[in-house]
Design a protein around this ligand. Structure first.
Ligand code: DX5
Ligand code: ZN
Length: 218
C-alpha cells in the first residue's frame, strides 16, 4: 500500500508570491504540490495555466500534481506536460473520450489521473482501471477552496478502494480536508490528501508544518 502523502493546493496560497509559497510549503513537509487549473467553463472559476506552472517549476523538485478542471482537456495536455507537471489528472465528466485522454497522458510520459465529481458514481472507473495511476475523489464540488467536506464521499472512497484491489493506484481526495476529515478519508482508503485552506490559513512555515502534520496524523 502507498504511503500517506500530503498535497497542499496552492489555490489557497498568496498568488502574489507563488514561488516562495511553493518553497515554503515544501520546507514545511509537503510531499506533492497540487495545482488547480480552472477554465471558467467546466468549473465556475478561473485560475492559471501552463505558463504559471512552468515559472514555478524551478522552485522545487517536489511532484507537481496537476488537477485539470478544464473541458476539453486534450488540446492542452502536451502544454501542461511540457510545463513540468508530473501527474496530469483529468475529470471523467470533461469528456468527450476519457480513455483517449488517459492514453494521451501516458504517451507524454506522465502519470495519468482521473477525477470524479461528487455526483459521479464510482462505476465510471470500471473500464479504465488498468489505464490510471491515480484516482482523485472530489469531496466538494470543484471550483473553490474553503468548502465543506461532503460526508457521503466516505462510502465512495471505500467502494473505490475495494474496486482498485491490489493495483498500484493512488487514491487522492480533494476538498474540505482538515485534521478532522483526514481520519475519515484515510480510514476509508485514501492515501493522498489535498488541502488548501487548512494549510495556507497559517502565516509562517511553522504554521504550514503544524497543519501538514495534523492532517498526516489525524
Ligand atoms: C477545488 C480544488 C481544491 C481546493 C481545495 O476545486 O480542486 O484543490 O483547492 O481547497 P480546500 O482544501 O480549501 O477545500
Ligand atoms: Zn484540486
Amino acid at each position: 500500500t502507498h504511503p500517506i502523502r500530503i498535497a497542499p493546493s496552492i489555490l489557497a496560497a498568496n498568488f502574489s508570491k507563488l514561488g516562495q509559497e511553493v518553497r515554503d510549503v515544501v520546507d514545511a513537509g509537503a510531499d506533492w504540490i497540487h495545482l488547480d487549473v480552472m477554465d471558467g467553463h467546466f468549473v465556475p472559476n478561473i485560475t492559471f495555466g501552463p505558463d504559471v506552472i512552468k515559472s514555478l517549476r524551478p522552485y522545487t523538485d517536489a511532484t507537481f500534481d496537476c488537477h485539470l478542471m478544464i473541458a476539453p482537456a486534450d488540446p492542452f495536455l502536451e502544454g501542461f506536460a511540457k510545463a513540468g507537471c508530473d501527474i496530469l489528472t483529468v475529470h471523467a465528466e470533461a469528456g468527450p473520450h476519457l480513455h483517449r485522454s488517459l492514453q494521451t497522458i501516458k504517451a507524454l510520459g506522465k502519470k495519468a489521473g482521473v477525477s470524479l465529481n461528487p455526483a459521479t458514481p464510482d462505476s465510471a472507473l470500471e473500464y479504465i482501471l488498468d489505464t490510471v495511476d491515480l484516482i482523485l475523489v472530489m469531496t466538494v464540488n470543484p471550483g473553490f477552496g474553503g468548502q465543506k467536506f461532503i460526508a457521503a464521499m466516505e462510502e465512495k472512497i471505500r467502494r473505490i478502494k475495494k474496486m482498485v484491489g491490489n493495483r498500484p493506484i493512488e487514491i487522492e481526495v480533494d476538498g474540505g480536508i482538515t485534521p478532522e476529515t483526514a481520519g475519515i478519508v484515510t480510514r476509508a482508503g485514501a492515501n493522498v490528501l489535498v488541502a488548501g485552506s487548512a494549510i495556507f490559513k497559517g502565516d509562517s512555515v511553522d504554521a504550514y508544518r503544524a497543519a501538514i502534520e495534523a492532517i498526516r496524523t489525524p
